[in-house]
Design a binder for this molecule. Structure first.
Ligand code: HAM
Length: 416
């Protein structure tokens, strides 16, 4: 039996790197005043169809959707923003002009062709700031994303930013794009030909060389901005300058989900190969209305955890597992084994030590060998003789020093 294609077991020797990132996520989000939200992994398919967009690759080709035994169409979540908006409306998280600052970490599912940095089950860390349309909100989210990548120590990263303006401007822009690309229909890739009628913006994002060449001369949205869109974007850019956050203006950045307007961004890394987006996000001011809620402007981002780990290990050595403090050894008699169990428990609960004991009834010699291999600092031996008395032998593995102590003298155990 093998794991499903595109899914991965995260093994004990990899988990330290996951914990390190998760710890950074928890401390950074709390510095920004964000609280964790955990939504179900399954939602009604409608949640994503209605928000991410019927014509996107995610909804059209990549969702794991199936009828459950009651006949409802259920989807394994391909992203979190739709679920978080659904939950925010359902539980009134933004009632009375309240701001909601939320984050999440968890698994997501997309039926994509697996390759380096692309899986069918992957993990995201994301944040959503709900209830504000101001450029200050954009900057809070952008600087959280930027601080995050910096704190992880990923050096080779670039923040790309663009605006998708208001829905009205975007509609006009789409019409201009269709007009432009229609005169080159024969040169367009098959995918882009289809997008001409379904989702023309996505042509700008095509990786196909012929499409890319045509995109060079394509009209850009930046030339068509109305004053609302321009003022908002200019304010965001000047605040980025004020915070000395480096960025690249990228007029071809359109994102793969339909709910965006105004600011959109992606953080890429040169150490990732073709799947180079560490994370992305943007403003989604109209999603609440799509779900029947009241107008609530929002902005957020999602980072791919696997890609963060790849970029991080490309840039630096990942940390080793922290070693255990103590190995408590017993051997030969049940008295000795019982004393070990009780004493290990006391060391954990009273001194907060990380303690390992043998569970295979091995010899003193093989337990000493294992303690050495794990790299513990101290070994405590409660052999048959010690078990009959109130003592134990403490051995400091680095110096080789060994001394006898009273077991009741917990505090003094590790001082010679
Ligand atoms: P997204 O760009 O679709 O945005 O995904 C965000 C990140 O998830 C990507 O940049 C990538 O690192 C990672 N990712 C996506 N698909 C895969 C995959 N198949 N394998 C590995 N990693 C993957 C969103 O999902 C939006 N919900 C972000 C957002 C939040 N926008 C506003 N708020």
């Amino acid at each position: 039996m093998q794991s499903i294609r595109g899914t991965k077991d995260i093994l004990p020797q990899e988990i330290a790197s996951w914990h390190a990132i998760e710890n950074i996520i928890r401390s950074l989000t709390s510095q920004y005043g964000y609280q964790e939200i955990r939504t179900p992994i399954m939602e009604y398919a409608e949640v994503f169809k209605r928000s991410v967009g019927e014509e996107t690759d995610i909804v059209g080709k990549e969702m794991y959707t199936f009828p459950d035994r009651g006949g409802d169409d259920i989807t394994l979540r391909p992203e979190a923003t739709a679920s978080v908006v659904r939950a925010a409306i359902q539980h009134n998280l933004t009632a009375q002009q309240q701001i909601a600052r939320l984050y999440y970490v968890g698994p997501f599912f997309r039926y994509e062709r697996p390759q380096k940095g692309r899986q069918r089950q992957f993990h995201q860390f994301g944040s959503e700031l709900m209830g504000s349309a101001t450029p200050e909100a954009d900057i809070e989210i952008l600087s959280l994303a930027y601080d995050f990548v910096k704190t992880l120590g990923i050096k080779s990263h670039e923040l790309n930013i663009n605006t998708l303006a208001t829905p009205t401007v975007r509609t006009q822009f789409k019409a201009r794009l269709v007009e432009y690309f229609s005169s080159f229909q024969a040169e367009l890739s098959e995918d882009s030909k289809n997008r001409l009628t379904t989702n023309p913006l996505r042509i700008l994002d095509s990786k196909n060389p012929a499409d890319k060449a045509l995109c060079e001369q394509a009209p850009t949205l930046i030339e068509m901005l109305d004053s609302e869109s321009k003022d908002h974007f200019d304010a965001v850019i000047s605040m980025l300058d004020g915070l000395s956050i480096p960025y690249t203006l990228n007029p071809r950045l359109v994102r793969g989900l339909d709910y965006y307007s105004h600011t959109v961004f992606e953080i890429t890394s040169t150490s990732l190969g073709s799947q180079d987006a560490l994370g992305g996000g943007g403003r989604y001011d109209y999603l609440f209305e799509h779900f029947g809620g009241k107008h609530t402007p929002c902005i957020g981002f999602g980072f791919g955890m696997e890609r963060l780990l790849l970029a991080r290990s490309a840039d630096q050595n990942i940390e080793q597992l922290p070693s255990s403090d103590v190995y408590v050894i017993g051997f030969e008699t049940s008295e000795s084994h019982n004393a070990v169990i009780g004493f290990a428990h006391e060391l954990r609960t009273k001194l907060g030590k990380t303690v390992i004991t043998d569970v295979q009834q091995r010899s003193l010699k093989s337990q000493m060998k294992e303690a050495d291999k794990i790299g513990v600092k101290h070994v405590i031996i409660i052999g048959p003789d010690e078990a009959r008395s109130t003592t134990c032998i403490v051995k400091h593995l680095e110096t080789g020093n060994q001394y006898t102590k009273q077991r009741s003298d917990m505090e003094g155990l590790f001082t010679e």
